[in-house]
Write a protein that binds this ligand. Structure first.
Ligand code: D61
Ligand code: MG
Length: 410
């Protein structure tokens, strides 16, 4: 199915086949045989609960891999409590506030969640046991971030995201803190310099860019579940209720609101590029780069796109695989970011209320992501072209082979 979706993009067909036959920077490095039973469980839970981060986490070097795996599962468990709308506030608030203390309690788990990721709560004992097996330098970071995120989630469980400043604060609590925690783990592992863990501003922007992209893309899914994460200060300029954008007669105002929020998110790109330029370890670079280039591609796909109000807009698997295979150097992520920035710039409607601001941040990001070898990413089309023509031929023969033979013989 992914191949068919990319059939008119030969380079994507080529990349999908390369990936299918084992190419790519995200080969799991852990050796299951030498692992404890609880550790094996944790990697299974990681693969069960994260489509986008599981592979890049398992490709991290050394003991950083297990630390980041456990960091992910602890925060995914906390987030599962936050997201579970069936847990009454009077039970949810104390659980979020004291969640970090459960890390030291070998007996604690929670079996009343209805969420899709509830397994990380039901078997929290295994995750907490692996947490306690980590080096002190990692445990301190994970417990600190878990405490701060739990408290932040409590704040917004009891109030709405009203101002754009609130939006930055909410995204800081649920994703900026992840970037800050990861950066401290990178430095603690000594795979990256101390500055990476110290510069919390840049690390925070890494998280905000990812979370804002998710919140923008997931408008309909969240709106249908009664969840509202778009900042009122922005959407109230275009509608009296956020759910109004679901109705087609409000499409123009919906697109204007969408484009303003995407323009807001694009302001984190300069920090993202500066953060990435400081990384030395290839496995850390890939781990950080892949989610960021997927995010800029998702924003370009969502920009001025009515589909955001009708379904969840996704980039094609073929596009994603190409970026995953390529996002391994500053040069290539600069080129990916400049290509998608240019795409947004080209599709900025002249009558869009944010057009001037959009064009300004697009040209800033183009400047910052200009590479000497801008032609780099336009691989020659021929090998993939031949490949897909070949595939199309095989597909036609496969489906009409017998009729064609019958026709020839008759
Ligand atoms: C470098 C590399 C990865 C980074 C990064 C820097 C900075 C931040 C992040 C990853 C986090 C990005 C979050 C974007 C996806 N949004 C969510 O998962 C929302 O939940 C947020 C609260 C829990 C955070 C869990 C998390 C995610 C990724 C990690 C990690 C922890 C730890 C290590 C590595 C990556 C979203 O949840 C969606 C869902 O429930 O399926 C929500 O509820 O808003
Ligand atoms: Mg959440």
């Amino acid at each position: 199915m992914d191949l068919l979706k990319s059939i008119t993009h030969p380079d994507e067909v080529y990349a999908l086949l390369k990936f299918k036959f084992g190419a790519g920077p995200t080969k799991p490095k852990q050796d299951h045989a030498s692992m404890t039973k609880t550790a094996r469980k944790c990697y299974n839970y990681l693969n069960q609960t994260s489509r986008s981060f599981a592979a890049v986490i398992q490709a991290l070097d050394g003991d950083l891999r297990h630390a980041v795996c456990i960091f992910y599962l602890v925060l995914r468990a906390l987030d599962t409590v936050e997201d579970d709308m069936t847990i009454p506030l009077k039970e949810k608030i104390p659980m979020l506030q004291t969640f970090h203390e459960k890390l030291e309690d070998p007996t604690w788990n929670y079996t009343k969640s209805k969420e899709k990721d509830r397994i990380v709560l039901e078997d929290f004992q295994a995750i907490a046991q692996e947490f306690r097996s980590l080096a002190e330098c990692y445990r301190v970071v994970i417990a600190d971030i878990c405490k701060k995120m739990g408290h932040g989630m409590c704040e917004f469980a009891q109030r709405d995201v009203l101002t754009n400043k609130d939006w930055d604060l909410y995204c800081h609590y649920v994703a900026g803190l992840v970037g800050i925690g990861l950066s401290r783990l990178f430095s603690a592992s000594e795979l990256e310099d101390a500055i990476v863990g110290e510069d919390t501003e840049l690390a925070n922007s890494m998280g905000l860019f990812l979370q804002k992209t998710n919140i923008i893309r997931d408008y309909l899914e969240d709106s249908l579940e009664g969840r509202e994460f778009w900042p009122k200060e922005t959407w109230s300029k275009y509608a009296s209720k956020l759910s109004d954008f679901q109705r087609s007669q409000n499409l123009t105002s919906g697109l204007h609101c969408l484009n303003e929020l995407i323009t807001n998110a694009l302001h984190h790109v300069p920090d993202v590029l500066k953060y990435m330029s400081r990384l030395h370890n290839q496995s850390v670079f890939n781990f950080c780069a892949i989610p960021q280039v997927m995010a800029i591609a998702t924003l370009a796909e969502c920009y001025n796109n009515p589909k955001v109000f009708r379904s969840v807009v996704k980039i094609r698997k073929g596009q994603a695989v190409i970026m995953m295979l390529e996002a391994t150097s500053m040069d290539s992520i600069r080129t990916i970011i400049s290509n998608h920035s240019r795409q947004i710039g080209k599709s900025t409607p002249s009558n869009d209320p944010s057009a001037e601001l959009t064009r300004k941040i697009v040209s800033t990001n183009l400047e910052l992501s200009h590479t000497a070898s801008a032609q780099l990413t336009t691989p020659s089309y021929y090998p993939p072209l031949y490949m897909s023509l070949g595939i199309m031929l095989v597909l036609i023969l496969y489906s009409y082979g017998s009729q064609i033979l019958h026709y020839i013989h008759s």
